[in-house]
Design a protein around this ligand. Structure first.
Ligand code: NAG
Length: 421
């Protein structure tokens, strides 16, 4: 069975050859080609994690070892993508204390996170604002504008008020043009950053038609790309569909549409989140897993067949407040096998990042979903296995590419000899 699988896989690889043959190395930046991510000329698949707390913790130099130890733990388990916050707006120890005014100590925390990720060969996905009130979010931006006399009434004015949009654009520009105090590299030129994310889980419940969010993404994607053409960009969507595919959603609408939102120019890959325990409260584990299966497969298929873009399962998890470790492990296995079966068949899924990785000694950041790898060997081994499988996939593609390069070199050489005759 195992060998048969590998043989079949090699066949698929040979079939899919042409897709990546002509992609050249690109200075360590992750790029896309069709439904694949590409790194240094080869398809890139990676297992990952979320760690929203990193900048905050790293801004206190006495706590920085916790960030390092999380990265170290992650590397030991083969994790290669870290998604984290490049925002913290207003409130206690913020990055941005008022529009356009930044806290240098906080920025140095983020500098440390990025330089440390590089050290551990981990790519980071940086989100630029929150949908929710935690760390400020769209509510804080709207409150700032209100304080300046703007007639804004709802959090959702974040997406339309021109003063608020100006504040947010300024944040994009400030973060992207930040020069890392430790590496000397501007963020927009740093290949350690895999992608920017416009917003963590954008929602606009006041306009369920989806037009408001569609216009906002269009404007912000184009603005961000005008500053940075090196990096990939994604929206930060959970994956809820608009009217065209309503029945696939859990029982609520948030004003986004997975299809049209991800079709916007400048959006390089799609994301999907999965929290069956929150979205289907009170339902059985069986029902939740069955929802999870179709939810992920629908999005992977749509990314492949409609969007023609890669897709990252950017958040998933199961709270231990509502379940036990066995149930959680089952959910992880379901997500991982869905991702791997797509990836190994040349599909659009590129990896998954679970919510959320924590280091020991950070009890304030526990939310029921946390995983401290060293304290939870059973889930840690499931995570490590997925990393290994995706890593093997990556190596196979790279090997294949080398064989092809060698063949081409030989062809050119023999042509050269013929010409000499
Ligand atoms: C976990 O919860 C499930 C469902 O309630 C139960 O069947 C199972 O025995 C529990 N496992 C452990 C190890 O407690």
């Amino acid at each position: 069975m195992k060998h048969l699988g590998v043989a079949f896989f090699v066949l698929l690889l040979i079939q899919n050859y042409g897709i990546f043959l002509h992609v050249e190395a690109d200075n360590g930046f992750v790029k896309t080609k069709g439904v694949q991510l590409i790194l240094n000329g080869s398809p890139y698949y990676a297992n990952g994690f979320n760690a929203y707390w990193m900048m905050y913790v790293a801004s206190d130099s006495s706590q920085r070892d916790k960030v390092s130890s999380a990265f170290q733990d992650a590397t030991k388990h083969g994790l290669r993508i870290a998604r984290t916050w490049a925002f913290s707006d207003g409130g206690y120890r913020p990055l941005q204390d008022s529009p356009g005014s930044y806290n240098e100590q906080m920025f140095q925390g983020l500098d440390f996170v990025i330089s440390e990720a590089k050290k551990y060969d981990i790519k980071v996905v940086l989100s630029l604002v929150n949908n929710y009130e935690n760390f400020g979010g769209k509510k804080q931006y709207v409150d700032w504008a209100k304080g300046q006399g703007q007639s804004v009434t709802s959090e959702d004015d974040f997406f339309t008020n021109s003063v608020v949009k100006g504040y947010y654009k300024n944040h994009i520009k400030t973060v992207l043009t930040r020069r890392n105090s430790l590496t000397g590299i501007a963020y927009k030129d740093d290949p350690t950053i895999m992608a920017w994310e416009l917003m963590n889980e954008p929602r606009c419940p006041s306009d369920k038609s989806g037009k408001t969010i569609q216009a906002w993404i269009t404007e912000m994607a184009s603005y961000l790309k005008s500053i940075d053409r090196n990096h990939l960009l994604e929206v930060g969507l959970e994956g809820f569909y608009g009217a065209s595919k309503q029945p696939s959603n859990p029982n609520f609408q948030v004003g986004t549409d997975f299809i049209t939102n991800n079709q916007i120019p400048g959006i390089d890959f799609a994301t999907v989140h999965a929290y069956p325990d929150q979205w289907l409260p009170g339902s059985s584990d069986e029902d939740q897993l069955s929802f999870l299966n179709s939810w992920l497969n629908d999005h992977i298929q749509d990314a492949q067949k409609i969007l023609h873009k890669p897709i990252l399962v950017a958040e998933f998890g199961k709270s231990l407040k509502l379940s036990n470790n066995t149930q959680r492990t089952k959910l992880f296995k379901t997500v991982y096998s869905t991702i791997y079966s797509s990836a190994s068949g040349g599909g659009a899924a590129v990896g998954g990042s679970f919510w959320q990785l924590l280091a020991a000694g950070l009890d304030n950041f526990r939310d029921g979903y946390e995983i401290i790898l060293s304290e939870n060997p059973s889930i840690a081994s499931v995570i490590a296995q997925e990393s290994q499988k995706l890593g093997r996939l990556r190596k196979m593609y790279a090997r294949l590419r080398n064989i092809e390069k060698w063949k081409r070199a030989r062809e050119i050489k023999s042509r050269g000899n013929n010409n000499g005759n």
